[in-house]
Write a protein that binds this ligand. Structure first.
Ligand code: MF3
Ligand code: CO
Length: 257
């Protein structure tokens, strides 16, 4: 990833808003498709069709060889699950992560949703993960530094006895899905990465990945699927956010968020 942080112009921001609106709509479609008996491939298909129908391109498809429009990660799968024949069942928690490119700009968002009735632990994990995003968002203001966001995410998550993934981080976004800077969901040890100041016109993805148990992860033999080593449940919540000279703007906002 290039180290250059691309500050978006007013025109860029308007196009980002459009790309992100489609992305958020696609997440809603995915959420509605989380039903007992459906395969993850069927969920992917519904999202893929929505993106194409909206005039956008599913940016994950073909990205570094990735084979689908969405990443669908069930239970102990954290991120990058490949949609396939796996059937979603009542009691599962299902993370859907997707990107859409529209008029040259990319939107990126994710969420974890329950299929039917889930355990008390699973429900709490999903709620804490979503709220962790909003705790981080409070620090997404011009003049603060990137690590202020992750520090808030980490403190909130750990106060519930859950843990934050270290091996994958949020990122800048714009014409490319992944731009500088990296946006960790934790407070890195001193001096480890650049910790730039937030500036109006930056667009970043804040995306807590939270484990019910330990934060260490493995990658399955398909080369993509990230799972918790202890096979504890995991959840993911992400939005694309614009830094302004006031409150941050959630670009991938939808009514059902
Ligand atoms: N949406 C993911 C992210 O936040 C990208 C998934 S990787 C891909 O980085 F290969 F599926 F594109
Ligand atoms: Co992302």
């Amino acid at each position: 990833m290039s180290e250059t942080i691309h500050i978006k112009s007013a025109r860029d921001i308007e196009l980002m808003r459009q790309a992100c609106k489609i992305t958020a709509g696609a997440r809603s479609i995915g959420r509605q498709a989380v039903k007992d008996g459906l395969t993850t491939r069927q969920i992917d298909k519904a999202v893929h069709e929505f993106i194409v129908k909206s005039g956008a391109v599913p940016s994950c498809l073909g990205y570094e060889g990735y084979p689908a429009a969405t990443c669908i990660s069930v239970n102990e799968e954290v991120i990058h699950g490949i949609p396939g024949r796996r059937i979603v069942r009542n009691g599962d928690i299902v993370s859907i992560d997707l990107c859409a490119t529209y008029k040259g700009f990319v939107g990126d968002c994710a969420g974890t949703y329950a299929c039917g009735e889930v355990s008390e632990e699973a429900r709490r994990l999903m709620e804490v993960t979503r709220q962790a995003f909003f705790e981080g968002l409070r620090y997404a203001k011009a003049g603060n530094r990137i690590f202020d966001i992750g520090g808030a995410v980490q403190d909130y998550v750990e106060s519930f006895g859950f843990s934050v993934v270290r091996d994958f981080v949020g990122h800048g976004i714009g014409r490319d899905m992944h731009e500088a800077p990296e946006v960790p969901n934790y407070r890195p040890s001193h001096g480890r990465r650049p910790n730039p100041r937030l500036v109006p016109g930056m667009t970043i993805c804040i995306e807590p990945m939270v484990c019910a148990g330990d934060w260490h992860v493995d990658i399955l033999r398909d080369g993509w699927t990230v799972v918790t080593v202890d096979r504890s449940l995991a959840a993911h919540y992400e939005n694309t956010v614009l830094i302004t000279d006031g409150e941050p703007e959630i670009l991938t906002m939808a009514e059902d968020l």
